[in-house]
Ligand binder design. Structure first.
Ligand SMILES: O=C(CO)COP(=O)(O)O
Length: 248
């Protein structure tokens, strides 16, 4: 399966960053990539980012409401993301679970919304430092998976899982290769149990303190289907350095 290198800009980016996106798109177009690429940006930037990327770099949203429309002041639906030109939506990022009290059921409803709108869906899961210290990393992620995935009648509606341990996000301390290997194998086996053969088609991304210094090692782990990159996706040169590692 082709790996996916995805950026997540979180709540960063004004219109003066559009030239950076244009530069990223030019970098993507200039090299023979052996991976798929995606940039998830704030909803306010999507349509203009799509314009400057001009078909060279797909854009995604970072969250969506479960409903298609309605009296939900300030919210953005999956249909609106699609209308703005997004191909994908991230749901269940730990910053949303933690800061907006999103439960697994809410995340599953958002995943369903993305499916309804025709978007690809990345569902994020990950354990806290406390859960890892208590030996509950695997069970905690399995439970998030079981609760957060929506299954369409014939196949899983989710196209990717992003394993992002909370203690690794923005900390500069990614897990060891052994920890990533163990968790990704565990996630794959949970997906196979939940979806049978369809479970093998779901990419499992790794996210948390990815840089060009550690990306090659993480990408070489067999069950790693790509990366979800925060800080290092904000600048074209840093993002491009990681993309360059997929050329080999
Ligand atoms: O949360 C992340 C991506 O969704 C990871 O963020 P960092 O790469 O900045 O650690």
């Amino acid at each position: 399966m082709r790996q996916l290198i995805a950026g997540n800009w979180k709540m960063h980016g004004l219109s003066d960053q559009l030239p950076e996106i244009e530069l990223m798109a030019a970098c993507v177009a200039s090299r023979p990539l052996h991976a798929d690429v995606l940039l998830c940006v704030p909803a306010t930037l999507i349509s203009r980012a799509v314009q400057v990327a001009a078909g060279r770099l797909p854009m995604g949203g970072e969250d969506c409401h479960a409903e298609a429309s309605g009296s939900f002041t300030g919210d953005v639906s999956a249909e609106m993301l699609k209308d703005a030109g997004a191909t994908t939506v991230i749901v269940g990022h730990s910053e949303r679970r933690r800061l907006h009290q999103e439960t697994d059921a809410v995340v599953a409803a958002k995943a369903l919304a993305g499916f309804r709108a025709g978007l690809s869906i990345i569902v994020c899961i990950g354990e806290t430092q406390e859960q890892r210290s208590n030996g509950r990393a695997l069970t905690s992620c399995a439970s998030q998976l079981a609760g957060s995935l929506f299954s369409a009648p014939s196949k899983p509606a989710v196209t990717a899982i992003a394993y992002e341990p909370l203690w690794a996000i923005g900390s500069g301390h990614p897990p060891s290769s052994e920890q990533v290997t163990e968790m990704h194998q565990h996630i794959r086996s949970c997906l196979m149990t939940q979806f049978g053969g369809f479970g093998s088609a779901i990419r499992i991304l790794y996210g948390g303190s990815v840089t060009s210094d550690n990306a090659a090692e993480i990408l070489s782990i067999p069950e790693v289907g790509g990366l979800l990159i925060g800080g290092a996706s904000l600048k074209a040169d840093k993002f491009d350095a990681i993309l360059g590692l997929t050329d080999r």
